[in-house]
Design a protein around this ligand. Structure first.
Ligand SMILES: [Zn+2]
Length: 434
């Protein structure tokens, strides 16, 4: 017989069932042959990793049955794989890839085309095992749209920390060059600035429109046609003003820098990372250690431009010569900074190199003498620290976001394993499984 009391009991049961984690939660259970919870520590054999609603909820030794955690828990069998935190690349440009058609693409492709292309590159990056990237210098609006689209689950890609367009000085690296004047006018970013007050405006503007991080270009670049080559281009007072403004608004600053003067000016101003750092000298090493900034070596960029300079004809003779010189010097200087214990965060400059080949950087770092353990630290713990996300990313400890990858064997024994990532989970969702 239906009574008020029993119907209330039924409703109470239904409500509690609906609210209980085992019904609401989305649980998966990974059996990991080897598990690297924290890079830098020893991997553990035969572990069970439990993921609930996108986060790591438990870690047990041995292979524990999935049904122990939830009735509908999905078992992911990686019992003969090496499982580790998703890789993080601190320097990419998702909107393009260096090649002979770059100039014509600027004329032929709409902003919508560029956005679609960047979504394609983002997916390639994720499939390569890179679950977080910093996009350091792209057309701002499309870069933020891609970041937000991925966050909303509309397209698959890594978590993006986006800089939008660089804060760069007129005529310097980061500004446009080599085009007809009216086209240059059209393509000049609103974050190009001159003098400290104007650069303060540019920094605030970048943040207003969506920048998570500020990218500056304190020196010339390899691929821009300017007479200063790789020398300092932003003045000390401009760099200082950008850094102070960004920090006061809660944003970190990444400075592209090749020549020592530009590296040191940026470090003295308090930037959070130096990108490339090709000609870091003894003074730079002291400044790195004093301020705690990271070096993002981008050895792949050097490697790629040297190859392109030698095998293709689309660069000007001046750029070719510069590419061959800087590419070679980068490795030697990286070795010195690594030996001196400068903190290193993994970054490739993909967009110069091909998207989805981001793990090649690990191979180059290894060839330059970095240990596999330090390489994995640079691509997980250090990267997470550099973007201020150590609480949620970079390890597989309980409570962290479930960004997880797996390889056949341990990259600690053979770094080349990173070139062939077989399994990728992003925020608890399997996006690649071979
Ligand atoms: Zn770059």
């Amino acid at each position: 017989m239906f009574t008020f009391k029993s119907s209330m009991t039924t409703i109470a049961l239904l409500v509690s069932a609906a609210l209980s984690p085992s019904v609401l939660a989305d649980t998966s259970v990974i059996h990991a042959g080897e598990l690297l919870v924290v890079a830098g520590e020893a991997p553990l054999k035969k572990q069970t990793l439990v993921i609930t609603d996108g986060k790591i909820s438990a870690l047990k030794s041995g292979f524990v049955a999935a049904s122990n955690f939830a009735n509908d828990a999905q078992l992911i069998d990686l019992s003969s794989s090496f499982v580790m935190p998703g890789l993080m690349d601190m320097h990419v440009h998702l909107q393009g890839e260096l090649g002979p058609n770059n100039d014509s693409e600027m004329v032929n492709m709409s902003d919508a085309d560029t956005l679609m292309k960047s979504a394609y590159f983002a997916k390639k990056t994720l499939m390569a095992g890179f679950t977080t990237v910093r996009d350091l210098g792209s057309s701002a609006e499309q870069s933020y749209a891609l970041r937000d689209g991925i966050k909303r689950g509309w397209v698959e890609g890594p978590t993006i920390v986006a800089a939008g367009s660089s804060v760069a000085v007129t005529g310097g690296h980061g500004d446009v060059d080599g085009m007809a004047p009216d086209l240059m006018e059209l393509h000049t970013a609103k974050t190009v600035c001159d003098g400290p007050y104007d650069c303060r405006r540019a920094t605030r503007r970048a943040i207003k429109f969506g920048a998570d991080v500020i990218k500056i270009t304190s020196t010339g670049g390899v691929l821009s046609d300017t007479d200063t080559g790789t020398g300092q281009q932003m003045a000390d007072d401009e760099i200082k003003e950008v850094v102070d403004t960004a920090h006061s608004l809660g944003r970190k600053v990444a400075s592209h820098a090749h020549a020592a003067a530009g590296i040191n000016a940026a470090l003295r101003a308090g930037v959070d990372s130096i990108e490339h750092g090709s000609y870091a000298n003894e003074e730079s090493i002291k400044l790195f250690k004093k301020g705690g900034a990271y070096l993002v070596p981008t050895l792949m960029a050097g490697d790629t431009v040297v190859n392109l300079a030698k095998t293709t004809n689309f660069m000007s003779p001046e750029i070719k010569a510069k590419a061959i010189r800087v590419g070679g010097d980068m490795i030697e200087n990286f070795k010195r900074s690594y030996k001196a214990d400068v903190k290193i965060a993994y970054g490739t400059d993909s967009g110069v190199s091909k998207h989805g080949t981001n793990a090649r950087e690990a191979e180059l770092m290894f060839e330059a003498g970095m240990t596999p353990q330090d390489i994995l630290v640079s691509a997980t713990l250090h990267a997470a620290d550099l973007i201020g996300k150590s609480k949620s990313l970079g390890t597989l400890e309980v409570g962290k976001v479930a960004d997880i990858i797996a390889t056949d064997a341990s990259p600690l024994n053979d770094i080349k394993e990173l070139l062939d990532v077989d399994f990728v989970m992003k925020s608890g969702k399997v996006v690649k499984q071979q």
